[in-house]
Ligand binder design. Sequence first.
Ligand SMILES: [Zn+2]
Length: 212
Amino acid sequence: MIKESTLEPANAVDRTVVDAGDYYMEVVKAGQTVRILDLEGNQAADTLFYSEADPGERYSAIDTIREQGNVYLTAGSVLMSNECNPMLEIIADTCGRHDTLGGACATESNTVRYDLDKRCMHACRDSWMLAVAENEEFGMGKRDITHNINFFMNVPITEDGGLTFEDGISAPGKYVEMKALMDVIVLISNCPQLNNPCNAYNPTPVEVLIWD
Ligand SMILES: [Zn+2]
């Protein structure tokens, strides 16, 4: 569902451009709003959310899908934790649909899906692993890297239930905006994938904006 934001970028308390292949790991407090802006279009922002109070409580695709009765995420979706608590609500979305089924790219899946010589290519899972290693204060490790949301990624379900990775439906300037319902750690890998159309074979930066 397309829904425009009422917030002005000029009033944001924090703005960070995240290059493709980099990660973003910051706390967003309950009541704050976070926007992920697809600066150049057709990018994939592979995102995980954790409770700041207890990172063992984290975004759960299964609980979110079951509670809303729909596999796509868009305005109105409430992102649920593995303890079935609401973590964030999508309050604006100019892309219209986001994936939470396709998973994130990894060097291992690149070799299985594409070619053995793709193993050396940088992948989202590496960015997350680097993030938890470089941000020890959150006390997280490899086991905390779980199932994610692919903002701006287009993974339509076929009539007989199949999954397909398709060319993106996002475009330059499209965004998704969420209000935090608890204090959350936001962990984004701005996808460096070069082998599938999730980012039009051309990884580009995204911007993260936060409002009080
Ligand atoms: Zn990726």
